[in-house]
Design a protein around this ligand. Structure first.
Ligand code: NDP
Length: 411
C-alpha cells in the first residue's frame, strides 16, 4: 500500500518535471530541426534558454492584463452546473470581449510600431520558460489556497502533497468571485495561442516575403476554433474538466503552457517550411476541417439543448432517450445515437486537418493529432467508467443501443 503510494507520488513528480521539458523539446525540434524526432545532443540542449527579465516581465504583464480583463469587462452572468452540495457558482461570460480587446491592443502595438509582430516567434523559447515558471508558481499557490478552502469547509485533506499538487486540492479555487479554473481554462492560454499563431505568420512573411496558403489555413482553422470556444463560453461550464476535475498542475499547466505552445507547433513549423499547397488540397482541407467542426459543435449543442429542453426536435424529429433510475435522460437521437462521443470525432477531424496542412514529412508537426487521439481515447474510457458507475444498467442499455464509442464502424 505504502509502496504503491510512493510509486504514484514518484510518477507524479516525474511528470511535473518531464512535461515542461517535453514542451522545450518539441519547440526546439520543430523550430530548429525540421520537426524531426531527434535525440537531443549538446547543441540541442544549448538552445534551452532560461527566461530573461524582459520576457518574464512581459509574461507577468500578460497574465495581469488578462486577469484585469476578466474582472473589469462586462459580461452576462450565468450559474454553473450545481455542485455536490447543491450550490451553483456564478460566472461572468466576457471571454469574447477579452479576446477582442486583446486583438485590438495587439494590432495597435504592432501597427503603431511599438512592438514587432514577430516578437512571440523571436522569443518563443524564453517565453516558454516564463510560462512554465508562471504556471509552476500559480499551481503552488492554488495548492495552498485549495487546501485552505477545503479545511475551512471541514473537508479532510485527501492524498499526498504530490497528488494534491498534480491533481489539485479544490474543484473551484476562488478568491472572492475570481475563479482560477475559469480564468486559466481559456484566457491566458487560449488567447496566447492565437497571438503566437499570428506572430508565426508574421515571422514567415518577414523571412520569405509571403504568408503561405498552408499558414493561412492553420491560422484560420485555429483562430476560428478559439473564437467559437469564446462565442459559446457557457458550454465550457458543463465539460468534464469543470464538473469533475480539481484544479492542480495537470489542468493549470495544461491550459497555461501546453495549449499555447504545443497547439501552435504547426504554425511554428510553417515559418521555415511555407510549402506550396495545391488549391484542390487546400479546398479539401477546408471541407474536412469544417465538417469536423460541424460534427463537434452540433453534437455538443444537441446534448446541451436536450438537457435544457428534452422535447426540442433533433434533425426534425422528437428526440428519443433512455430514462435512467437517477432521473437523468440519456439521449439516443442525433449524433448521440450514432456514437457515444461523436463530439470527440469532430474534434479529432479538426486536429488532423491542422496537422495535414503542414504537409510535413517529419513526425512532430503531427504531434497534436497523436496526442489528441491518446487523450480522447483515454477520456472516453474514463467517461464510460464514470457513467457506468453512475447509471448502472441504464448505461449498459445505452451502450448496447449505441455500439460505437467515437468513430462509427471503426471504434
Ligand atoms: P462530453 O461533453 O462528451 O460529456 C460527457 C458527459 O455527458 C457524460 O459524463 C454524461 O454526463 C453526459 N452524457 C453522456 N452520454 C450522454 C447521452 N447520450 N445523453 C445525455 N448526456 C450524456 O465530455 P467532455 O467534457 O469530455 O467534452 C466536451 C468537448 O470538449 C468535446 O467536444 C471534446 O472534444 C472537447 N475537448 C477538447 C479538448 C482539447 O484539448 N481541445 C480536451 C477535452 C475535451 P452526465 O453525468 O451529465 O450524465
Amino acid at each position: 500500500m505504502l509502496a504503491r503510494r510512493l510509486l504514484r507520488d514518484a510518477a507524479l513528480l516525474a511528470a511535473t518535471l518531464a512535461l515542461p521539458l517535453l514542451t522545450f523539446y518539441l519547440t526546439i525540434a520543430v523550430r530548429d530541426y525540421d520537426g524531426a524526432l531527434v535525440l537531443p545532443d549538446r547543441a540541442f540542449i544549448a538552445r534551452v534558454a532560461p527566461p530573461d527579465p524582459l520576457t518574464l516581465a512581459m509574461y507577468a504583464g500578460w497574465f495581469a492584463f488578462q486577469a484585469a480583463l476578466m474582472v473589469f469587462l462586462p459580461g452576462r452572468k450565468v450559474a454553473g452546473t450545481p455542485l455536490a452540495d447543491g450550490r451553483s457558482l456564478t460566472y461572468t461570460l466576457n471571454g469574447a470581449a477579452a479576446l477582442g480587446a486583446t486583438l485590438v491592443l495587439a494590432a495597435a502595438l504592432v501597427f503603431g510600431d511599438r512592438v514587432p509582430a514577430t516578437i512571440l516567434y523571436d522569443r518563443i523559447v524564453p517565453l516558454l520558460g516564463a510560462a512554465n515558471l508562471g504556471a509552476f508558481v500559480l499551481c503552488c499557490y492554488v495548492f495552498v489556497l485549495g487546501r485552505r478552502q477545503a479545511r475551512a469547509a471541514g473537508e479532510p485533506a485527501e492524498g499526498s502533497v504530490a497528488e494534491g499538487f498534480f491533481m489539485g486540492t479544490a474543484l473551484n479555487p476562488r478568491v472572492g468571485n475570481f475563479d482560477w479554473k475559469f480564468f486559466c481554462e481559456a484566457r491566458p492560454g487560449m488567447i496566447l495561442w492565437v497571438l503566437i499563431d499570428l506572430s508565426m505568420a508574421a515571422a514567415q512573411h518577414a523571412r520569405h516575403g509571403v504568408v503561405s496558403v498552408a499558414m493561412v489555413l492553420v491560422c484560420l482553422f485555429q483562430v476560428f476554433y478559439v473564437v467559437d470556444c469564446f462565442a459559446l463560453e457557457e458550454a465550457m461550464l458543463s465539460t468534464w474538466d469543470f464538473r469533475h476535475e480539481k484544479f492542480g498542475f495537470m489542468l493549470g499547466w495544461g491550459c497555461l503552457v501546453f495549449i499555447p505552445f504545443t497547439f501552435s507547433l504547426q504554425a511554428l513549423y510553417l515559418v521555415d517550411h511555407p510549402g506550396a499547397m495545391p488549391l484542390g488540397a487546400a479546398a479539401a482541407l477546408v471541407a474536412f476541417n469544417f465538417a469536423g467542426y460541424y460534427i463537434f459543435r452540433t453534437a455538443n449543442l444537441q446534448k446541451h439543448r436536450f438537457r435544457k429542453d428534452p422535447a426540442r426536435p433533433i434533425w426534425g424529429r422528437t428526440p428519443e432517450w433512455i430514462a435512467t433510475a437517477r432521473g437523468t435522460k440519456l439521449l439516443v437521437s442525433g449524433w448521440w445515437g450514432i456514437a457515444r462521443h461523436a463530439n470527440y470525432l469532430g474534434d479529432l477531424m479538426m486536429g488532423l486537418a491542422w496537422c495535414l496542412a503542414t504537409m510535413a514529412r517529419t513526425t512532430l508537426p503531427y504531434f497534436y493529432f497523436i496526442y489528441f487521439v491518446i487523450l480522447l481515447v483515454h477520456r472516453e474510457r474514463r467517461d464510460h467508467a464514470h457513467c457506468a458507475a453512475k447509471y448502472g444498467s441504464d448505461w449498459d442499455e445505452y451502450a448496447r443501443r449505441v455500439k460505437w464509442r467515437i468513430v462509427p464502424f471503426v471504434y
